[in-house]
Design a protein around this ligand. Structure first.
Ligand SMILES: Nc1ncnc2c1ncn2[C@@H]1O[C@H](COP(=O)(O)OP(=O)(O)OP(=O)(O)O)[C@@H](O)[C@H]1O
Length: 477
């Protein structure tokens, strides 16, 4: 996995992409200029709406240069493989989206819908609206699926909140809002409001169409201050639905909000994981849902190679990280620790060794957390050391390695398989290759590793971190 090889390849894909797009835009502009739409000629009207101005062209070019479409060729190959979660046969056009939204989707560099988008969207957009509980692996495009559905359901002529999306963390709410803003870049009339810590409201009723927030703040605004009417919400999205249902605090707040919704409100629950009780409960509170569910062995992704390294103690774990860094080119890495104390210790050691490291843990303020994340996204730090706060949903596509410095455990010291899957899913985004490395330093952590392996029915290979040949091999596989 050499950075150089990657960047050459990206460059080639980029050049091809730019030239294809330019050809397409030229053709569209010529077509649009050469004829007037005739009444009733819906297709031509659509062509016109789709044709891009010079400013739009430059915007699209910028997006492409930023590398958002860098792995298209690879993705196209994967899409032809019916076993890939990205397999898709339909087009975004086939979803009959509003032309402005379709334009937004293409401007984001999305060529074709992923499997979850292709399967979920026709149902989510259909009339009468249907409820859905959906599961799809990490990084397969769930956010884009529900955001497209949210945007499609907004009626901008009505100036009150109609769509509500709940996320478990501040960072995730902001990330979802940013996806919505980019997708709706050609729909300036749609207004979005974040209901997260730091955002305040007055006494006036909100006039925004979409609210994306964390449960506590949404409860304050919707139930305590009544600045919007939960009864008027037409679409309710629960992102990371399993953790929202299973975690005590979130559960109570989500249920209180959910209870206020009208009977006709469309409900969309999304996550990469649902254990049985959570799925049962979800089905209990969502009336007549369409359910998209994965089999256990489908839950973990083949494009993320999983390894474990046997270590004696914390110092040996650190040595393993050093050896991995010495042996392969790491794009960006996320390292998960059980406690803030370990995270701080590890960050000190890595900084001393010259790595650019950031720590993100619950003790930071939300603004500080967002800043750390933004810097990491911009590549200013190559390593992000964190606790479970960041295990879910965060999308940084250049992360090539996830290290579990400590394996995830539940409150009883047992393997936390759901958290494991979400953590390793921070790499291998949308079909890219990723590596997950588990550092095992006791019989207890070995048992956790084995339990995870058994749960997902997917091999976690032993890696000898002292053997440079072995390490080099994982980087090229
Ligand atoms: N149709 C598409 N074509 C190309 N890229 C896409 C498409 N849909 C989504 N993506 C990209 O794939 C990446 C992962 O998508 P997203 O964050 O929606 O995954 P997710 O399933 O919500 O993951 P998680 O379970 O970790 O929350 C994002 O960078 C997104 O921009």
């Amino acid at each position: 996995m050499s950075e150089k090889k990657d960047s050459n390849w990206v460059k080639k894909a980029e050049d091809q992409e730019i030239s294809n797009l330019v050809d397409k835009l030229k053709l569209e502009n010529e077509n649009a200029a050469g004829r007037k739409p005739e009444a009733g000629d819906g297709k031509r009207e659509e062509d016109q709406a789709d044709s891009a101005s010079a400013a739009e062209t430059s915007l699209l070019m910028k997006i492409i240069r930023k590398g958002l479409v860098e792995s298209k060729q690879d993705l196209e190959i994967q899409r032809k493989d019916p076993n890939s979660p990205l397999y898709s046969v339909k087009t975004f056009e086939a979803l009959h989206l509003k032309p402005e939204l379709l334009k937004g989707v293409y401007a984001m560099g999305f060529n074709a819908p992923s499997k979850i988008q292709e399967t979920a969207l026709p149902t989510l957009l259909a009339d009468p609206p249907q409820n859905m509980i959906a599961q799809s692996q990490s990084g397969t495009g769930k956010t884009a699926a529900f955001v497209l559905a949210m945007l499609s359901r907004v009626d901008p002529k009505k100036d009150y909140p109609q769509v509500l999306c709940l996320s478990p963390t501040y960072e995730l709410a902001i990330q979802t809002g940013e996806v919505a803003a980019r997708m709706a870049q050609f729909c300036p009339e749609i207004k979005l409001k974040y209901a997260v810590r730091g955002e305040e409201v007055g006494r006036e009723k909100l006039t925004d169409h979409i609210i994306i927030g964390t449960p506590g703040k949404v409860m304050d605004w919707g139930i305590k201050y009544k600045v919007f009417d939960l009864k008027k919400i037409r679409v309710f999205v629960l992102d990371e639905a399993d953790v929202m249902i299973a975690t005590q605090g979130h559960h109570d707040q989500c249920i209180r909000i959910h209870k206020q919704l009208s009977k006709s409100c469309q409900m969309m629950f999304f996550s990469a994981t649902y254990d049985k009780e959570v799925m049962d409960f979800a089905q209990y509170i969502v009336p007549n849902p369409i359910i998209i569910k994965l089999r256990r062995e489908q839950e973990s992704l083949d494009n993320i190679k999983q390894y474990y390294v046997r270590c004696k103690d914390q110092d040996e774990k650190y040595k393993a990280i050093q050896n991995i860094y010495g042996g392969i080119t790491v794009g960006q890495a996320i390292i998960f620790c059980h406690t803030r104390k370990t995270a701080t210790w590890l960050s000190g050691k890595m900084s001393q060794d010259g790595h650019s490291v950031a720590v993100l843990s619950g003790e930071l303020t939300v603004e500080q957390r967002l800043l750390v994340l933004d810097r990491f996204r911009d590549g200013l730090e190559k390593v992000l050391i964190t606790t479970n706060v960041l295990s879910r949903g965060i999308d940084v596509e250049q992360v090539t390695i996830v290290v579990n410095f400590d394996l995830p455990m539940d409150g009883h010291g047992r393997a936390d398989c759901e958290t494991y899957l979400h953590r390793i899913g921070r790499t291998g985004r949308f079909g890219k290759n990723g590596i997950a490395i588990n550092l095992v330093d006791s019989d207890k952590s070995m048992n956790i590793c084995k339990a995870i392996e058994k749960h997902f029915k997917k091999k976690i290979e032993l890696l000898d971190a002292d053997n440079s040949d072995e390490i080099e091999k994982i980087g090229t596989e």
